[in-house]
Design a protein. Structure first.
Length: 187
């Protein structure tokens, strides 16, 4: 369904379209939220709040990219607000890395072929990491371990975990800047 038609129907309070949007994105959004919060119930609550907001504010919503990107951005922002409310900060900006790796939200404007190129590029960069950094990275972003769980699993300090993830983020970010810039230069 075209985004304009979906938005128009949501603005008309079309319950069938709303239910279709809910059914299409709910599980994926909860999984995404849980990558920030590591709390299933809180993740479900955040996503439900997003859908309530979508219903209540449909008249004023202005989506520039896609409904999917909009919903994921809403969930991300609410997760960050939730984390702030419980006094958890992300000094290393690892949440941004998490969303970049887990979700192609910022990549909605590039083709599937280009997304595949970016994904394969990230995998190649990860392969260049030292073994210890690869272990930390995979436990965090593939196994969804918390910092403490990674530290316990690898018998290292939480600060070492954070340092390894920061270094990984820097390496990935530096390599992605070049490849994403190439996509934006095309005619």
């Amino acid at each position: 369904m075209e985004i304009n038609i979906v938005l128009e129907e949501l603005q008309k309070q079309n319950k069938t379209v709303y239910k279709n949007v809910f059914d299409r994105f709910y599980k994926e959004l909860v999984i995404y939220a849980n990558n920030f919060l590591f709390d299933q119930q809180a993740s479900e609550d955040v996503v439900q709040d997003v859908f309530i907001s979508l219903w209540e504010n449909a008249q004023t919503i202005d989506i520039k990219t896609s409904l999917k990107a909009y919903l994921f951005a809403m969930v991300r922002n609410r997760c960050l607000n939730y984390l702030k409310s419980i006094k958890i900060t992300d000094d290393l900006n690892l949440i941004d890395l998490n969303s970049m790796i887990i979700l192609d939200e910022d990549l909605d404007l590039i083709s599937e072929e280009e997304k595949s190129i970016v994904y394969n590029h990230i995998l190649k960069v990860i392969d260049t990491f030292p073994v210890s950094m690869q272990e930390v990275f995979k436990l965090k972003f593939i196994e969804n371990f918390s910092y403490n769980e990674i530290a316990d699993e690898l018998n290292i300090s939480v600060n070492t975990v954070k340092t390894q993830l920061q270094r990984a983020k820097t390496k990935i970010s530096q390599s992605l800047v070049v490849i994403l810039a190439l996509f934006s230069i095309r005619p």
